[in-house]
Design a protein around this ligand. Structure first.
Ligand SMILES: O=C(O)CCC(=O)C(=O)O
Length: 312
C-alpha cells in the first residue's frame, strides 16, 4: 500500500504548466526537453568563466591526478582470459576487476604520461572538486529553472563528477546503448562538454522521444546494430552531439543513450545527476562540499545539496 502511494506521488509534477515566473528562454528549453527528452544550452560557450574552469580541470587531471582509483587498465585485458568480462562490457564490481589484476592504483603511476603509456585507461573519473566555480556551473540557474519545470518540484544533485574518455579497444559499460535506472519516474542528467566534440572525439548519442517508448527494454545493453535497425544513423531521432566546448546537454537519461568512444584525442565531460530527494539515503559517497563553498552559493543552488554532502 505504501509503495502504491509513493509511486502515485512520484508521478506528480510531470507535465504541470511551467511556473508564471519562468522566463521565455527557459520556457522554450522546457518545451524542447518535454518534446524530445533532451535540450542543449550554449550560453556558456566562449565565456571567460567557462575557460577558467576548463584550464583548472586540465591542471587537476594532468598535474594533480586527483581522479578515482582503482582504474581499469585496458593494457591488462587479455582477449581469451577475460572473454567473460569483455562479453559483459566489464559491468562487474570493481573488486572483481581488482581481483583479476585488471586495475592500477595511484601508487603504480609516476606521471600522467606514464599512466597513459603503461595502462591506457578508457576513462578517468574525477569527483566534483570542492570549489565554488564548479558548483555554480553544475547548478547553473537557467538549467535549474528548466529542471524544476520538467520535474514539477525541486530535486537534488545526487552525483557530480567529470570523466575523461580516451580511445580504447574494449567497450566498457556505457559505451553501449542503455537506459539509466537511477529513478523510475524522475531523472535528469546534465552533460557539460569541456572540449569540442565530434564523432571521432566521442560524440554523445541519444534517441529523442525514447523515454516512454516500449522498445529496447528487455536487456541492459544494446549494440549499435540493434539500435540502428530502428533508429538509423542520420535519422531525425538519432541525435549525435557534435558540439562546441561549453555546451550543456540536459537529458532524461531514462531514454536510450550511449557514450561515443573517441578515435583520437580525449573527451572531458562533466556529469550532474538530478533525482528527487530521497529519505534515508546518504549522498556523501558521490561528492562532498565544504561549509564555506556551500555558503558561497545562491540559496536556490544550496537547496540542491543534501545535508549529508556538506562536510567540515
Ligand atoms: O559519456 C556519455 O556520453 C554518456 C554517459 C552515459 O551513458 C551515462 O552517464 O549513463
Amino acid at each position: 500500500m505504501i509503495k502504491v502511494i509513493l509511486e502515485a506521488g512520484a508521478k506528480i509534477g510531470r507535465k504541470a504548466s511551467p511556473p508564471e515566473t519562468m522566463g521565455p528562454v527557459a520556457k522554450a528549453k522546457l518545451d524542447s526537453l518535454r518534446d524530445r527528452g533532451f535540450v542543449m544550452f550554449d550560453h556558456l560557450v566562449g565565456t571567460p568563466e567557462f575557460a577558467k574552469i576548463q584550464a583548472d580541470l586540465k591542471k587537476r587531471i594532468e598535474g594533480e591526478m586527483k581522479f578515482e582509483f582503482p582504474c581499469l587498465a585496458q593494457t591488462r585485458i587479455d582477449q581469451q582470459k577475460h572473454a567473460d568480462l569483455i562479453e559483459r562490457s566489464f559491468r562487474v564490481p570493481a573488486s572483481e576487476l581488482e581481483r583479476r589484476g585488471l586495475t592500477f592504483e595511484r601508487s603504480d603511476i609516476h606521471s600522467y604520461e606514464d599512466l597513459l603509456e603503461r595502462f591506457k585507461p578508457s576513462t578517468l573519473k574525477l569527483l566534483m572538486p570542492d570549489d565554488h566555480d564548479y558548483f555554480s556551473l553544475w547548478l547553473d540557474p537557467l538549467l535549474l529553472s528548466v529542471i524544476e519545470g520538467y520535474m514539477g518540484f525541486q530535486p537534488i544533485l545526487r552525483e557530480a563528477y567529470v570523466r575523461r574518455n580516451f580511445p580504447c579497444s574494449y567497450k566498457v559499460m556505457n559505451h553501449n546503448w542503455h537506459r539509466d535506472t537511477n529513478h523510475q519516474h524522475h531523472l535528469l542528467k546534465a552533460f557539460i562538454f569541456f572540449n569540442e566534440c565530434y564523432v571521432d572525439t566521442g560524440a554523445h548519442r541519444y534517441i529523442a522521444g525514447s523515454v516512454d517508448s516500449p522498445l529496447f527494454r528487455d536487456k541492459v545493453y544494446y549494440s549499435d546494430e540493434e539500435i540502428e535497425t530502428v533508429f538509423p544513423n542520420g535519422s531525425n531521432d538519432h541525435i549525435i552531439s557534435e558540439v562546441p566546448a561549453g555546451t550543456i546537454i540536459l537529458e532524461d537519461t531514462r531514454g536510450l543513450h550511449k557514450a561515443g568512444i573517441p578515435q583520437r584525442h580525449y573527451r572531458d565531460l562533466g556529469f550532474a545527476v538530478f533525482v528527487p530527494p530521497m529519505l534515508f539515503r546518504g549522498g556523501s559517497e558521490y561528492f562532498t562540499i565544504s561549509k564555506s563553498v556551500h555558503a558561497s552559493l545562491m540559496p536556490g543552488q544550496q537547496a540542491y545539496i543534501g545535508r549529508s554532502n556538506i562536510i567540515g
